[in-house]
Design a protein around this ligand. Structure first.
Ligand code: NDP
Ligand SMILES: O=C1OC[C@@H](O)[C@H](O)[C@H]1O
Length: 379
């Protein structure tokens, strides 16, 4: 049977869109049930879209080079032209944070399914509005947190919940930070208030994901939302958060999380996240967006307040083809093929939960965006 073809319309010709499209173009031996084509690429400047296609997908995606789809990608000088392109069945939004709501809404209103980059929107109210439009129109909507779909992440959850290699999970401590401050200009999207910059909006989705993967998804937690969410922000001179630490409690598990992100320095080397249980720990070794390796450290003695004996460390590696964004793209394609409006690995409710945490932490720390940046305000 020929594979289902996801025909992508790409919105914005920046860095992550180029990585996404390059990854759509990677031909793999295991991509037999779904295939990708790049139907249209949109930029505010048509010549930028043309250059983007030349550089990243001159022959389109595998579905085009294999002859499943005949047309080549078209360059569009407006995003709206992509939304209105009849060949497109899924829109990828790779534009700035402050535009996610507006662009996703325009795409949905034009009748298109949507994958929107993280953060899904700027607040819960914006996200609720998108979910409502998508449901009313019977369209697929998902926030792009590609990490969730990586092979190592499935392996991590198998080790934690099925093999229970570290016993009962009691703490998640994460730090995903990148040294952008004083290195890129203050006008960069990560520091401009107008682009809804700051470490929390940019890297926050990944640190909160650590708590979601190990605590929220823990079967013993029964999908209970985190409580006692507290955040501390240190501000950059532009007004966005330079460094943010978020604490949260999962009472059903008697467990908590301490999650940090910053643009002032690079994350601690080799130990971006430590998940600690009653029988050991799992350390996530690389950047929390692109996870490829973890180290399992198990206690080798009966329970006792002081641990003296450890088993030999076990390192688990799951290298990625390309950057690794194809796993998310495949998952989206399968959802479309199966007529789903959301993906069970990245459900609407979990995007909402993250945005609620961000709303709370922003309120606690008076991180206020300029008027008009949030199209709808959360209560
Ligand atoms: N999943 C992941 O690993 C990553 C996700 N991201 C997310 O993707 C989004 C984009 O990040 P990134 O690709 O690094 O950013 P870039 O600055 O490289 O690209 C952003 C694009 O947004 C479009 N855009 C629309 N309006 C504006 C505006 N007013 N000013 C500037 N650009 C505008 C531009 O496209 P054009 O000029 O073609 O119209 C631009 O190329 C962010 O929301 C970020 O959170 C980012 C990096 C990694
Ligand atoms: O999502 C992201 O991950 C990698 C970082 O370089 C980038 O700033 C961020 O948006």
């Amino acid at each position: 049977m020929s594979p289902f073809v996801a025909s992508w319309g790409i919105i914005g010709c920046g860095w992550i869109s180029s990585m996404f499209v390059k990854n759509l173009c990677v031909v793999r031996s295991d991509d037999t049930d779904v295939a990708h084509s790049i139907a249209a690429v949109g930029s505010r400047d048509k010549s930028k879209a043309e250059a983007f296609i030349r550089e990243n997908c001159p022959n389109g995606g595998p579905a085009q080079s294999n002859g499943l789809v005949e047309a080549n990608p078209v360059a569009c000088g407006s995003y709206q032209d992509v939304y209105e392109n009849a060949k497109v069945n899924i829109i990828y939004i790779g534009t700035l944070n402050n535009t996610h709501y507006t662009e996703a809404k325009a795409a949905l209103e034009a009748g298109k399914n949507v994958l929107v980059e993280k953060p899904a929107c700027l607040n819960v109210a914006e996200w609720d509005s998108l979910v409502s439009i998508a449901k009313q129109r019977g369209l697929f909507l998902m926030e792009g947190v590609w990490t969730r779909f990586l092979p190592l992440v499935y392996e991590l959850q198998d080790q934690l919940f099925n093999k229970k290699v570290i016993g009962d999970i009691k703490n998640v401590t994460a730090n995903f930070s990148m040294a952008f401050y004083n290195i890129v200009p203050d006008s960069h999207r990560n520091f401009a208030l107008e682009s809804a910059g700051g470490a929390m909006f940019d890297l926050g989705p990944y640190i909160v994901l650590c708590a979601i993967l190990a605590l929220y998804h823990n079967p013993a937690n029964e999908r209970s939302k985190p409580e006692n969410v507290r955040g501390v922000m240190s501000k950059a001179r532009t007004g966005v958060d330079l460094s943010t630490t978020i604490l949260m409690d999962f009472p059903k598990l008697e467990a908590n999380a301490v999650l940090t992100t910053s643009f002032a320095y690079c994350s601690p080397k080799d130990e971006r996240c430590i998940i600690t249980g009653t029988k050991g720990e799992i350390v996530l070794n690389d950047g929390l967006s692109r996870l490829t390796q973890m180290t399992i450290k198990q206690i080798d003695q009966e329970p006792a307040p002081r641990v003296l004996k450890w088993k030999e460390n076990v390192v688990v590696s799951r290298p990625l083809p390309g950057f690794g964004l194809m796993f998310e793209a495949d998952a989206v394609a399968r959802s479309l093929r199966d007529g789903k409006l959301e993906n069970p690995r990245m459900p609407h409710e979990e995007s909402r939960m993250v945005l609620k945490i961000f709303d709370q932490v922003r309120k606690q720390n008076e991180y206020v965006l300029p008027d008009g940046i949030e199209k709808i305000k959360s209560q």
